[in-house]
Structure formats: C-alpha cells, structure tokens
Design a protein around this ligand. Sequence first.
Ligand code: NAG
Ligand code: NAG
Ligand code: NAG
Ligand code: NAG
Ligand code: NAG
Ligand code: NAG
Ligand code: NAG
Ligand code: NAG
Ligand code: NAG
Length: 244
Amino acid sequence: MIPSTRKQPLPVGVTFLVVLAVALHPSFSSDVTATYSPPYPPSPPERGDYNITKNGTSCLMTHMGLQLNITYFSRTQIKAIQEIVNLRPNMTKHSGSCEADRATLKLSEENTNLTFIFSLNSTTNMYHLSGLELSANLSDMAQPLIVINSSLDYLRGTLGHSYMCRKEQTFYVGQNFSLNTFQLQVQPFGVTGDQFGAAEECDLDEDNMLIPIIVGTALAGLVFVVLLAYLIGRKRSHAGYQTI
Ligand SMILES: *[C@@H]1O[C@H](CO)[C@@H](O)[C@H](O)[C@H]1NC(C)=O
Ligand SMILES: *[C@@H]1O[C@H](CO)[C@@H](O)[C@H](O)[C@H]1NC(C)=O
Ligand SMILES: *[C@@H]1O[C@H](CO)[C@@H](O)[C@H](O)[C@H]1NC(C)=O
Ligand SMILES: *[C@@H]1O[C@H](CO)[C@@H](O)[C@H](O)[C@H]1NC(C)=O
Ligand SMILES: *[C@@H]1O[C@H](CO)[C@@H](O)[C@H](O)[C@H]1NC(C)=O
Ligand SMILES: *[C@@H]1O[C@H](CO)[C@@H](O)[C@H](O)[C@H]1NC(C)=O
Ligand SMILES: *[C@@H]1O[C@H](CO)[C@@H](O)[C@H](O)[C@H]1NC(C)=O
Ligand SMILES: *[C@@H]1O[C@H](CO)[C@@H](O)[C@H](O)[C@H]1NC(C)=O
Ligand SMILES: *[C@@H]1O[C@H](CO)[C@@H](O)[C@H](O)[C@H]1NC(C)=O
C-alpha cells in the first residue's frame, strides 16, 4: 500500500501535462497553417506601394495587398456568382488627394476602380477609413457593379502614426462587396519626410504575439506546480514511513 501511494504524484502530474499539451497542440498548428497558406483559390495578393504626393513630398502613404470579394450576376452562367479578385500592383494606376481633414486614394485596374476615403477628426487627432467606393465592369458582368459605403469606421489611427496590420483583415462594405487586406501599412495624414510614422499595430497582430507568451507562461507555471506537488508528496510519504 505505502509504496503505491508514494509513487502516485509524479505519473498523475505527467499525464496531466501530456493531456494539456495534446489539447493545446491542434489549435496551435492550425493557426500557423492558416497564417501562411490561406485556403482560398487564388494566392494572396501582391503588395503594392501607392503614395500620393503634394508639392513634391508624400502626404498619403500605403503599402498593402488587396483582394476584392464580389458578388455579381454572371452573363455566361446566368446566375449570381461570388468571385475573388486580387489587385495586381503592376497593372494598377493610382491617384488621389490630400486635404486638411480628408484624403482619398483611387486605384484603377483595367475594369475596376476602388477609392479609399480617409477622414481626420481634428478634435481628437484620430483618423479612420470612412468610405470605400467600388466600381467594376468585368467582361462577364451583366451590369457594372457599383458599391459605395460612406459610413465606415476602419483603420483607426492617431495623427502622425501609421496603422499596420500584418494579418489578413476583412472589411465589409456592402452586400455584394467586401475587401480583404494583407500586410497592410497606411498613413493618410501627417506624413513627414516621405516616411511612415511609428506604427500602431492592429489587435490581430497583438493577439498573435500574446497567445504564445500566455501559453508559455502557463506551461512553465504548471511544470513548477507539478514538480512542487511531486516533491511535497515524496516528503509526505517519507514522513509516513517514519511514523509507521
Ligand atoms: C512610397 O513610399 C515608400 C516609402 O518612402 C517607398 O518605399 C515606395 O517606393 C514609394 N512608392 C511609390 C510608388 O512611390
Ligand atoms: C511647396 O514647396 C515649396 C518648396 O519646397 C515651398 O516654398 C512652398 O511654400 C510649398 N507650397 C505649398 C503650398 O506648401
Ligand atoms: C467572400 O464573402 C462571402 C460572404 O459574402 C464569404 O462567405 C466568403 O468566405 C468570402 N471569401 C473570402 C475569400 O473572403
Ligand atoms: C447584389 O447582387 C445581386 C445579384 O447581382 C443583386 O440582385 C442585388 O440587388 C445586389 N445588391 C445590392 C445591395 O446591390
Ligand atoms: C506583373 O507582375 C507579374 C507577377 O509579378 C508578372 O508575371 C507580369 O509579367 C507583370 N506584368 C507587367 C505588365 O509588368
Ligand atoms: C470628433 O470626435 C469627437 C469625439 O469622439 C466627436 O464628438 C466629434 O463629432 C468628431 N468630429 C467629427 C467631425 O467627426
Ligand atoms: C474608372 O474611372 C475612370 C476615370 O474616372 C473611368 O473612365 C472608368 O470608366 C471607370 N471604370 C469603371 C469600371 O467604373
Ligand atoms: C462595361 O463593359 C462592356 C464591355 O465589356 C461595355 O460594353 C459597357 O459599355 C461597359 N459599361 C460601362 C457602364 O462602362
Ligand atoms: C456600410 O458599412 C457598415 C459597416 O460595415 C454597415 O453596417 C452598413 O450596413 C453598410 N451600409 C450599406 C448601405 O451596406
């Protein structure tokens, strides 16, 4: 009887650790694969540099990969279809404007115009993406797709800083259009010296770094607790020997 109680604490603790590690592992590995190979038909879009200059210096800077998720009525299939279209930077022309509290960026591909409208709140010194306008006339479209939403609140940043998000983000614009962004860095206001200001990272990126830290700390704590329990258990059963 006594020897068996004496050996028990370590196997129980180890089993618990193994179960925990196995339980944690799948969520970890699926997270990693999702980050590096999105399960979409097209590959992630290439990143483009689209800067607007005013009087010779940059006033709006962006560096991002863009993917359109559109729904339209197909002429050939005679039904509504959903399509994923990557914007190709080397086929995309850009133009835009910088004003005190409003900045625009218009990207034009062969059959597609996509316009970003950024607004600055001069009271709070915060900016955000307030509008997106898409106008597309792909050859298979029964009629051109036009989606305009002027009441968006995305990409919120502080004047003088850039907004950055390495992970994919999805911006809902309307029933037939949402925009996926990849490896994005933007600064629509307060650009100085043709350089991005210090980056404010999106929550997605911060969570990404926090999870391994939390899990690591928790595991280290667990190993310590199990070791402590084992040592205490050993000491107790030693004490048990002496009293008997
Ligand atoms: C935009 O600005 C960045 C940073 O200065 C620079 O690396 C990039 O080449 C510029 N792109 C264009 C198209 O001017
Ligand atoms: C444009 O730049 C020139 C020289 O860099 C400067 O003298 C002029 O005031 C600027 N104009 C505006 C409207 O900022
Ligand atoms: C495109 O949007 C639809 C819903 O409108 C969604 O179900 C689908 O997952 C989206 N696809 C991508 C690749 O974002
Ligand atoms: C979305 O597309 C469908 C199919 O082309 C169309 O019937 C519908 O009116 C569109 N919705 C909006 C809000 O434009
Ligand atoms: C655009 O880039 C793609 C891939 O990087 C390349 O295959 C294509 O030839 C380029 N087109 C032009 C017009 O430069
Ligand atoms: C700026 O932000 C403040 C506080 O959120 C808000 O009350 C005000 O209406 C905003 N101004 C504009 C022009 O959006
Ligand atoms: C894109 O904008 C240009 C210039 O404003 C215009 O000529 C063209 O018709 C537009 N394309 C679409 C698909 O709306
Ligand atoms: C859309 O493209 C078709 C050809 O693909 C053209 O006949 C039509 O005029 C275009 N519509 C608009 C509104 O630009
Ligand atoms: C515009 O976007 C907002 C935020 O995504 C959404 O709640 C709203 O329904 C959109 N408006 C239209 C007309 O689709």
